[in-house]
Ligand binder design. Sequence first.
Ligand SMILES: [Zn+2]
Length: 269
Amino acid sequence: MKINIGTAGVPISTKEHNTIEGIRRVKELGLQAMEVEFVRGVAMGNGLAKKAGKVAKEDGIILSVHAPYYINLCNPEKAEASMKRILDSCERAHHLGAEVVVFHPGFYGDLSKEECSKRVFNACKEMNNILRENKWNVKLGMETTGKVSQFGTLDEIIDIHEKIRNCIPVVDWSHMFARDNGKIDFAEIVKKLESLNLPKYHTHFSGIEFTEKGERRHIVLEYKQPDFEELVKVLMRSRIKEMTIICESPILEKDALYMIDTLKRNGYN
Ligand SMILES: [Zn+2]
């Protein structure tokens, strides 16, 4: 099995804080991936995206993109603008050579879970058609969400993936742990992922604080909330061929390097 470890955004220790320098720093640190964060809006142009993509390709760094946070595909008044944010991210991702655009689908609000699922499905279908028309070679990555008010349990997301293959589940292990009040069954989740038979999986990991409503904030891995090593042990026994794990800890690359250490300690090479 191949495991790629990366940072959520430019590593903190990067001298000049920009995407290209971030990619170079990721390479220097001995990491394999970086997620380009458009969480506060898509500010990058296609020209810079192409340049950064070239650097990543030369350095052998796997890129992904995180779309803006302000997305709600369940709310009819917000769906249009939300789709635009995701599609803008997809266009940049295509030029970056990024494989997947990660987003949080939305909030249930007053709607039933079934109604939300229908709306997310319709939006994804429309977006996927636009990806095809434009020949943007990226996947729509629906993230498992950390709050009980948010659409995005693993089952809800897999259900959409089964109808639209180019919409893939992005497991945020910490969100699933927080949403379930500090419980996570790594083996069960990995079993569900294995059954999808994807050539490659994209996931997020960090420590997390939570309340009964779910996620509160990201914390360092040291607290073992959840325990990264437990996940590694399950992965090493799994049939999954390749997985990228993006580290979302507040100390980014320090914990990403701790992840690499943990992998080695468990016999990964
Ligand atoms: Zn996210």
